[in-house]
Design a protein around this ligand. Sequence first.
Ligand code: DP6
Length: 325
Amino acid sequence: MRATAKANSNIALIKYWGKRNEPLILPTNNSLSVTLDGLYTETTVEFKEELTEDVFTLNDRSITGIPYNRVTQFLNLFRDYSGKANLYAQVDSTNHVPTAAGFASSASGFAALAASAAKALNLKLSNEELSKFTRQGSGSACRSVYGGFVEWEMGENDDGSDSFAVQVAPQEHWDLRVAAVVLTAQEKDVSSRDGMKLTVDTSLFYDGWLAGIPHDLGEIKKGIATRDFEKVGAIAEANCLKMHATTLGANPPFTYWQDSTMAVMQTVQQLRADNTLAYFTIDAGPNVKVLYLPEDEEKVLNTIRQVDSVTDIIVSKVGEGITYP
Ligand code: DP6
């Protein structure tokens, strides 16, 4: 009853930003991401008869408190499903992130945990079923089940049975690059979970955010299908700006951006003004991810490195889905 799984992180080009059901993690809109090969988690789960509670280590450190509770609650889904109520697990996770700076990823973490737990219990789940389990650990994680370009279909059912991710295009479809630009090692002030809830509950701009999704999603899928980088980049950047605009309309208003975030955003826009195609996207924190094509790598990275507050850059190609090393 032991298994190891590896899952890559992902970056949303069309953001998931809001829940219609919090316990089940059902979103208010479809989202679409690229799986990244440079940021990943490897997890070994072993269910043992002799354990009286779950044990969780992350990068060789014993974890307690809220992160521990999220892991045990997540494992409860698997215990319920397999009818093994009192079977506890030793969970050992390693986050492979070259620097310890704001990229501790719940997406790769819950995808690797779901896959290793399912395999350890010998559950023969389809990717769709695995994605539904993974979704209940962290929404964005359900997209990391697959490689390439992935859409999370929000679904309509109250029980979440039709809310899971599907692959839009495989990893080999398109050789894009994503640079994760590290600006700060600080813990973020407002988690994505709290930030999206405050926004859904209070932001005057939330309806506007939702109204723009069908257009952005339709266009970006056309752009991916035809490998139209200008189209995909422009839509991703605009979608990110709309998501972040909703936080300014919340009560109380907040933003994830710092001065250094703006400095990188403006550098990316300047690259475009100088005829190098690069686009940014930002999640619920200050760090920026930059999309570009392989032939522009040197120019893009050299330019971004010159921004004062940049401490590191982690380059990813389009990554694969879950594997069992
Ligand atoms: C801004 O997946 O971290 O990165 O479902 O509450 O765990 P929970 O939230 P999470 O939110 C990710 C939000 C985002 C956009 C995205 O990845 O789509």
